[in-house]
Design a protein around this ligand. Structure first.
Ligand SMILES: CC(C)(COP(=O)(O)OP(=O)(O)OC[C@H]1O[C@@H](n2cnc3c(N)ncnc32)[C@H](O)[C@@H]1OP(=O)(O)O)[C@@H](O)C(=O)NCCC(=O)NCCS
Length: 338
């Protein structure tokens, strides 16, 4: 059966979201954890954001309807989206309908959204990870130039329970390296740490926080991504900049009334528990709070567990070709956009 690969029509985003739901529900059901009925609005908002920021890295696999042309119409059977943020290429989404899996469609989508790696012949032949010297340098310009040029990184997040995706990416050197846990619950206010005297939390909006956020991001996660911060704020997250009494920048953090916590990025890891405590005290979600906690961020893990949150489901895995972020000082917003 011929499958065409092309950018999505805006009207196909709902079909992509349904491919996501069907693909994840299929393997989760086999693990005894089927998904609840679909609520696709947050995913649709994310897909629209990524279509805007990375239109050349968003592809659908389409089986054309009988007699229809390949460039419009047909059934979406899979899709892939990567986000290029300065030197870091991040695979945000790759899903194929269960009935079409195992036929090479996932690999074809992935190959077409990869940056050109320009691997040396011996590495390419061996299918090895890109070498430091061979990786692209800031292949795609970002909204503000990074201070130095760095070798390119490929990264993604996977489910630990999913051997196919972990195998598919690891062959490219995008190897699962770090567990990230989903912590969920309503924090006990009396178990939350307070900000030390002298540390000030200023809500975003009192001034333009972009340059402070960019510099924290470059120091902590390795790249600035102002467009994603704008998206986070537009989708209901409230952020704060943390500074010492003398004005020194210490980091930033977000939470939301919907309970989606993060990202949190700190220049000083000893502030992790107080900043987590501040965010959870100042914004009281209507329901449970959900946070993604990398295993190396032991301070956040301890603070959140002691506040009463519980580990939910299997851990996810952050995968990369080479290290790029200080995950001991970072809590990502989600697994689809670090
Ligand atoms: C993951 C997914 C996108 C892959 O798409 P697909 O079309 O089924 O994949 P392909 O047929 O192109 O390739 C699968 C590859 O994984 C490899 N693979 C499968 N099981 C594997 C295992 N246990 N260990 C290592 N590699 C494995 C296959 O050998 C194949 O590689 P090959 O092309 O070199 O033979 C698809 O299966 C899917 O949507 N799964 C459910 C949702 C999901 O988990 N998405 C990823 C989120 S992290």
């Amino acid at each position: 059966m011929t499958v065409a690969y092309r950018p999505p029509l805006p009207s196909e985003l709902t079909e992509c979201a349904l491919v996501w739901y069907t693909a994840v529900d299929d393997y989760m059901a086999r693990l005894g954890r089927p998904l609840p009925s679909p609520y696709l609005d947050p995913l649709l908002t994310l897909l629209a954001h990524l279509l805007k920021t990375d239109p050349q890295r968003f592809l659908v696999a389409v089986r054309p309807a009988r007699g229809a042309s390949l460039d419009g119409g047909g059934q979406v059977v899979g899709f892939a989206i990567a986000a290029q943020r300065e030197h870091v290429w991040f695979l945000s989404q790759l899903y194929v309908l269960p009935s079409d899996q195992g036929k090479g469609i996932g690999r074809a989508l992935l190959t077409q959204v990869l940056p050109s790696l320009d691997l040396p012949a011996d590495e390419e032949a061996a299918g090895g990870a890109p070498a430091e010297s061979a990786a692209p340098i800031d292949a795609v310009p970002s909204e503000s130039a990074p201070p130095t040029q760095r070798p390119g990184v490929l990264a993604t997040c996977t489910d630990s329970a999913q051997p196919i995706s972990n195998g598919l990416y690891a062959r490219l050197g995008v190897v699962p390296r770090l567990p990230v846990f989903n912590l969920v619950g309503t924090p006990n206010p009396s178990a939350l740490a307070r900000l030390p005297a002298g540390v000030e939390a200023t809500p975003f909006g009192s001034s333009d926080p972009t340059s402070a956020i960019d510099s924290v991001d470059r120091a902590v996660i390795g790249y600035a991504h102002a467009t994603d911060h704008a998206y986070l704020r537009a989708t209901g997250r409230t952020g704060f900049i943390y500074r010492a009494g003398n004005g020194e920048l210490l980091g930033y953090g977000y939470s939301s009334e919907a309970g989606r916590f993060g990202p949190v990025a700190l220049l000083d890891e000893t502030l992790t528990a107080p900043v987590v405590g501040h965010l959870m005290s100042v914004i009281r979600p209507r329901g449970a709070t959900t946070a993604w906690v990398p295993g190396t961020n032991d301070r956040a893990m301890v603070a959140l567990l002691r506040a009463g949150l519980r580990i939910e489901g299997f851990p996810a895995l952050i995968c990369w070709t080479r290290p790029f972020g200080a995950f001991d000082r970072y809590l990502p917003a989600s697994l689809a956009l670090l």
